[in-house]
Design a protein around this ligand. Structure first.
Ligand code: SF4
Ligand code: SF4
Length: 193
């Protein structure tokens, strides 16, 4: 990994407080920089920054570097780091919060468009009340990689043949209530600092 040099003028002194104000963010101030999080993470090998390093960057006001990091998008939400953190930091929840912040700020990792897939996936869940892998994948490929759609079709067809990816989405009962719930949650998220 190439070393990051960030000059003081590029740092955002308000960023640490902004992250601390997120749900479960305040505990971040207790980070001991012990590294247990990275040591227990099953995907540490492919994380751009371990949680320990990412939180040190938050503390240093490296807003752009944190919000464009691949780490929150690669995190598989297994909660191993959260369970093992001696400071009781809800690391996984902070990863989600950083993703929401990155989307709001219009920032995304340079090396990946995982955030676009996440947005398509969320839209599908909002439309049906549950996930539809086929629709999420189709939307993502059509909007982000239309030229690769044909090349991936063999995998999709095989999954469908094995009953692992139904063509039609299943809708939940009470879909309207679910949509109202999501709309309210988004409204609340908007008014947060
Ligand atoms: S395990 Fe917790 S205290 Fe230790 S570096 Fe990670 S976040 Fe900080
Ligand atoms: S929740 Fe994410 S960061 Fe934490 S151990 Fe699991 S994959 Fe790693």
């Amino acid at each position: 990994m190439e070393p990051e040099i960030v000059f003081e003028a590029q740092q955002d002194p308000t960023f640490y407080d902004a992250v601390a104000a997120l749900p479960e963010g305040e505990r971040l101030r207790s980070c001991l920089q012990c590294g247990s999080c990275g040591g227990t993470c099953p995907v540490a090998r492919i994380l751009q920054h371990t949680p320990r390093r990412l939180f040190a960057m938050v503390r240093a006001g490296m807003k752009r570097e944190v919000l464009t990091s691949l780490t929150p998008w690669v995190c598989s939400s297994c909660y191993a780091c959260t369970v093992n953190c001696p400071a009781g930091i809800k690391i996984t929840d902070i990863m989600y919060a950083l993703k929401r912040m990155a989307i709001k700020e219009g920032l995304q990792p340079k090396e990946s468009d995982a955030n676009r897939f996440a947005e398509q996936f969320t839209d599908v869940v909002c439309a049906h009340g549950r996930a539809s892998e086929f629709e999420a994948m189709m939307r993502y490929m059509m909007f982000s990689h239309p030229g690769r759609l044909l090349g991936k079709s063999a995998v999709g067809l095989e999954m469908m043949g094995r009953g692992r990816m139904p063509l039609l989405p299943h809708r939940i009962q009470g879909l309207e209530s679910f949509r109202r719930l999501v709309a309210r949650a988004r409204e609340l998220d908007e008014v947060k600092p």
